[in-house]
Design a protein around this ligand. Structure first.
Ligand code: PRP
Length: 217
């Protein structure tokens, strides 16, 4: 039996995903040791391997088949645009991708002015403004603390994740437009889905049943 390899997004989501796998009988004791510097963990009985990767790299591992399955946020799936199957909404890590800024930017958005948009998600921003809104904008890629951009005059608006809205509020910004809802998803390599259909489908069905009957992660 060949190993099925599962790539988890490092951080909070990995912890939640492991709890969820435990509920369907897939455990990986080795991985719970928070001090370990090991990168890959094996459950020999089940023929499974787990590894932790930077969230934005998870779709890459899955597209190339280095991982059969990935657990990753919809934001990353959309931004990376990799070829893979998105098979399950895990209903956790729920938030929204939004266009945000000071209220004064609302008019500029409505009048389709040539504005600057700062974001960690240039592909999502491009798709939203160019393909959905048909508005020409200048997109500026940042790597974090994106809320700073409109405050210091780098851009008129941002495209960013809003969860509780606290970061926006504390910085005098608000949601101006909603781009799309987000949550954690399970993704599968397209070849693995065919070659290991039975084993992968069992995992999907077990998780779907667990989530459907009140289980949460
Ligand atoms: C994310 C996001 C927002 C914030 C939203 O940032 O980019 O800044 O969380 O959460 P809230 O609506 O609950 O305030 P993250 O903490 O991932 O760090 P970053 O600034 O490096 O993107």
């Amino acid at each position: 039996m060949r190993y099925i390899t599962i790539a988890l997004s490092k951080g909070r989501l990995a912890k939640k995903a492991l709890e969820m796998f435990e509920h369907i009988g897939i455990t990986c004791e080795e991985m719970k040791d928070e001090k370990t510097r090991k990168l890959i963990f094996t459950n020999e009985q089940l023929g499974l391997k787990f590894f932790l990767a930077k969230p934005s790299d998870v779709p890459t591992y899955v597209e190339y088949g280095a991982a059969d399955i990935g657990i990753v946020g919809k934001d990353t799936i959309l931004e990376e645009g990799r070829k893979l199957y998105e098979v399950l909404d895990l209903n956790t890590g729920k938030c929204k991708m939004c266009v945000c800024g000071p209220q004064s930017a609302k008019d500029k958005l409505q009048h389709h002015e040539l504005i600057r948009v700062a974001t960690k998600y240039p592909n999502i921003a491009k798709d939203y403004f160019y393909n959905k809104k048909h508005q020409t904008v200048e997109i500026i890629k940042l790597n974090g603390s994106v809320e700073l951009a409109p405050i210091v005059g780098l851009s008129e608006v941002i495209v960013d994740i809003v969860e509780t809205g606290a970061t926006l509020k504390e910085n005098g910004l608000s949601v101006l437009e909603e781009v799309c809802p987000l949550s954690a998803r399970m993704v599968v390599n397209q070849v693995s889905m065919k070659m290991e259909n039975e084993r992968i489908n069992t995992i999907i069905m077990d998780l779907r049943n667990y989530l459907q009957y009140g289980g949460s992660i």
